[in-house]
Ligand binder design. Structure first.
Ligand SMILES: [Zn+2]
Length: 237
């Protein structure tokens, strides 16, 4: 082996463990930028500056994930939010169109294990039932790293975040940074993640953005949810 190559190999063997640690912290997930063809609609968000946070020293997986999430908010969230309309949606399209809103048993804020409360609504449907976006927006993240397993996060008008989780599979070709309309296929109902012991369902969460703290806060989406309109009505909207 040439001395230089040997040096490089030796260096790699010393550096590799640190890289593994960094990957475990989550830097492996590079955040896609939003579709560059989208116009800037709400320029105020372009200057969003989320605070620098320090990594938890002995964090559990959940706090490391939250840290990583906020790091990426710092990096790219403003570029996403600026490309969304300022006005929030007054209605959310039922994300499992084959189920009616009236069939949802309201479980928002119900107690969950670990002292958590249920930050969303569950829509039960057979495995593989299509899930569509409740709003227009930009796909911010597609990942299986959440408690709910395979998930799609969409940023919508007015800096709201919508969370679709426990997916069986993603819609073919869907990608981070992509613009979607209300009704665009996102994926299929499953029971991934912490829904492994429950019947397949979509967990649908909705969040408002608090710019002062750079955090999203859950709200109950149910009062805003509407059934899919007949196509003639939808066309006239
Ligand atoms: Zn749920």
């Amino acid at each position: 082996m040439l001395p230089l190559a040997s040096l490089a190999a030796n260096h790699a063997s010393r550096v590799l463990p640190y890289l593994v640690v960094l990957a475990a912290i989550g830097s492996a997930h590079a955040q896609a930028l939003p579709d560059p063809s989208r116009p800037v609609l709400t320029p105020v968000w372009e200057t969003l500056s989320c605070p620098v946070r320090t990594a938890p020293e002995t964090g559990d997986a959940a706090s490391l994930m939250a840290f990583e999430q906020r790091q990426r908010y710092r990096d790219v969230l403003g570029t996403y939010l600026a490309r969304l309309p300022e006005q929030v949606d007054m209605a959310l399209l039922m994300p499992v169109p084959s189920v009616r809103v009236a069939q949802i048993a309201d479980t928002y804020a119900a107690a969950r294990d670990g002292g958590r409360s249920h930050e969303g609504q569950d829509v039960f449907a057979p495995r593989g039932t299509p899930i569509v976006s409740a709003t227009a927006g930009l796909v911010y993240e597609m990942s299986g790293r959440f408690r709910g397993g395979r998930s799609v996060m969409v940023l919508g008008p007015g800096a709201r975040r919508y969370f679709y989780t426990h997916l069986e599979a993603y819609a073919e070709g869907l990608r981070e940074g992509q613009w979607v309309e209300a009704g665009t296929l996102l994926g299929y109902v499953g029971n991934d993640g912490n829904a492994a012991t429950t019947p397949p369902h979509l967990h649908f969460g909705a969040y408002d953005f608090d710019a002062a703290s750079c955090r999203f806060r859950a709200f109950d989406p149910l009062p805003l949810m509407v059934d899919r309109l007949p196509s003639a009505e939808a066309a006239a909207r």
